[in-house]
Design a protein around this ligand. Structure first.
Ligand code: GLN
Length: 303
């Protein structure tokens, strides 16, 4: 007998959430974006959404910036807008064993970003968004996602101000290298667009609805594009932890440094979680724990 997401019990979910919160005490709040550093380590929200049913726990009102969780949706937008050939001329589709903002990885790859989930790849893809400036490029993506996903993403201007208040030397080094190797024409504009889209924000329901676009695509999207995004998330959505997580859990998953994590349960639904303390790779400790428990519950019953 197999159980699926719709069979999960609310009591079971609450038990895992309590354990996830305990574990998250071991994580760290990132300190390189001042406003993110102010996040409540005990802030928590989880939303499990299938086409038939939704479960939730925690604070559904909490809003947070998507940060790197925007990357799969940037990829989806560009696949729909430009097609896969144009996208994969600019970025690879291989996993990386280096951190998400690694200059070394980019140097090894001679300036060709290894995948769209690391910063070099996402910054390069951000440069392909159309718009007269960063604000307009971000707005185009925001409106498209809100319409398709029926969600309410907004630009978190205070977060953007905070991101821009400290120079991010790693991202600066990445764009210089990309420009030096001919991968970017206008490095500052590309980085600016990237910073804007990382500050698109919403609540946990918005995040889950975005995820459902990839699992149960509306007719406006091509199924093959959603499959490409899912594959890229599986191999690189959690940076250096992607391979281990894929073996253990197997769900395409993407994390963001704000403590968000989005996992796709193919043909069933999505698990969206927000819990700010991060592990050494920059992934939400509580979020990954919760997803792992759900995956175990689904597979134990499968055999
Ligand atoms: N804006 C963040 C950065 O470039 C996003 C990174 C992340 O969420 N892992 O550092």
């Amino acid at each position: 007998m197999s159980i699926s997401l719709v069979d999960l019990k609310q009591e079971q979910l609450l038990k895992w959430v309590t354990q996830a919160l305990e574990r998250s005490q071991k994580g760290k709040i990132p300190d390189y974006i001042p406003l993110l550093q102010k996040a409540d380590p005990n802030g928590f929200a989880a939303y499990i959404l299938t086409v038939h049913r939704a479960y939730s726990t925690g604070n559904l009102e909490l809003t947070f910036p998507l940060m790197s969780v925007v990357k799969p949706f940037l990829l989806l937008y560009l696949l729909a807008d430009l097609g896969s050939d144009a996208v994969f001329r600019r970025v690879g589709g291989q996993p990386s064993n280096y951190p998400f903002n690694s200059l070394e990885q980019l140097q090894i790859d001679r300036g060709f970003p290894r995948n769209p989930m690391i910063n070099s790849g996402a910054i390069t893809l951000a440069s392909l968004l159309s718009g007269k400036d960063a604000a307009e490029a971000c707005e185009n993506l925001r409106l498209w996602l809100n319409k398709l996903g029926n969600c309410h993403l907004f630009l978190d201007e205070l977060m953007l101000e905070s991101v821009l208040s400290l120079p991010n030397v790693r991202n600066q080094a990445l764009v210089q290298e990309l420009a030096a190797k001919g991968s970017l024409d206008n490095p500052q504009l590309a980085l600016n667009i990237y910073n804007y889209i990382c500050c698109l924000a919403g609540n946990i329901v918005d995040l889950a609805r975005l995820g459902l676009l990839l699992v149960s695509p509306p007719t406006a999207l091509k199924v093959e594009h959603c499959q490409i995004v899912q594959e890229i998330m599986t191999i690189s959505g959690l940076y250096e932890s992607s391979g281990g997580f894929a073996l253990k859990v197997g769900f395409p998953t993407k994390s963001g440094v704000s403590g968000v994590v989005l996992s796709l349960v193919p043909e069933q639904g999505v698990i969206a979680c927000y819990s700010p303390p991060l592990d050494a790779q920059g992934n939400s400790v509580g979020g990954l724990f919760l997803i792992e428990q759900i995956a175990k519950a689904l597979s134990i019953n499968r055999f």
